[in-house]
Design a protein around this ligand. Sequence first.
Ligand code: PLP
Length: 429
Amino acid sequence: MPSSAELHRRRSAAVARGVSSMIPSYVGSAGGGTMTDVDGREWIDFAAGIAVTNVGNAAPRVVAAVRDQVERFTHTCFMIAPYEQYVAVCEELAALTPGGFEKRSALFNSGAEAVENAVKIARHATGRQAIVVFDHAYHGRTNLTMALTAKVMPYKQGFGPFAGEIYRVPMSYPLRDGRSGAEAAAYAINQIEKHVGASNVAAVLIEPIQGEGGFVVPAPGFLPALAEWSKRTGAVFVADEIQTGFCRTGAWFASEHEGVEPDLITTAKGIAGGLPLAAVTGRAEIMDAVHPGGLGGTYGGNPIACAAALASIETMRERDLAAAARHIEAVARPRLEALAAKHPQIGEVRGRGAMLALELVVPGGIEPDAITTGNVARAAHGSGLLLLTCGTYGNVIRLLPPLVITDDELDRGLTLLDQAFADSGAPLV
Ligand SMILES: *Cc1c(COP(=O)(O)O)cnc(C)c1O
């Protein structure tokens, strides 16, 4: 196998610069909660490929299902010749997503594509155009989803013009806005009513816990108030659960923590153990408003990806990975709190289940500290921990381990994180 250094030289001459990688090491193999690079070095995985390999990398059941499917048929296009696997994934989505009402689903390839289709469906069903999104939101990198995403660098810089009829309102961000959920919702709703007009809103689109924007957990009551306002005014309430879904937060979906039943839910990332699959799931009357042929795509709901999804869901159910996510939080949160007690740069420990974050600030206030954040991440990478950052201000360290990570791997990862803080030069209290 060529070395990482050799692969990096080849990459520089062949791969576009705009596609960057967090670490310079190339993957040899990965499984469960670890990754081994081509140079034989082992890494603890606190990234799960950005909340994708919730069931672990190369999960045995997923591998078997993919192998079996790939031998039977690889592709027919569901729009030409349909197959059971697609239908079975939609049945699972109807059963697993919150809300006891009649549901329908449509399958796609990527999260961004699912979000685009949720917007298409909401506009078609309501006959309205305006889409309300939030500060710090991340919904993808395609043209429409760039417009929905908040942060300019690196996602939007130089890529305009962006799609119209997108309106951004303030997010509940307890560390920074000091508002209760009810207050933050009233403030956002007032802006929607005054700047957009309730009768123009096709959809209110929100991540129940924001991902790339900083693992922002809205104050309790914020999501239910927005869902209630949407219901009252005829807007479609869309939960983007692409990062929070599939047991990540200790429930099948994060909306459940506040008893919210979204009209539509977008899913992707954790759905299929690493194979590309995405979905829009929601109320039958909204989903079925679209005429036959109005939704689709060549690869959407590819049979191999569907087989992987069914195997992933079976794994989540059988191993109770929602409980595993809660266990990860029970182990990790006290360790993170202890770290926060040592390092005044840690302004907040937050998150749910296996979606946990540290927001770094200049001690004594809430001014974002992106420098220390970068230093900690680099130190972690240097010592063999795959660790991601996020946040509008680049000052949030996020933990997204595979839900099958062992206690030993989790412990080693948390110890490396502790060490990374020490090595980053972050002063002790
Ligand atoms: C990752 C992500 C997307 C985009 O998904 P892709 O598969 O990268 O297109 C959309 N919304 C949220 C919340 C995400 O985390």
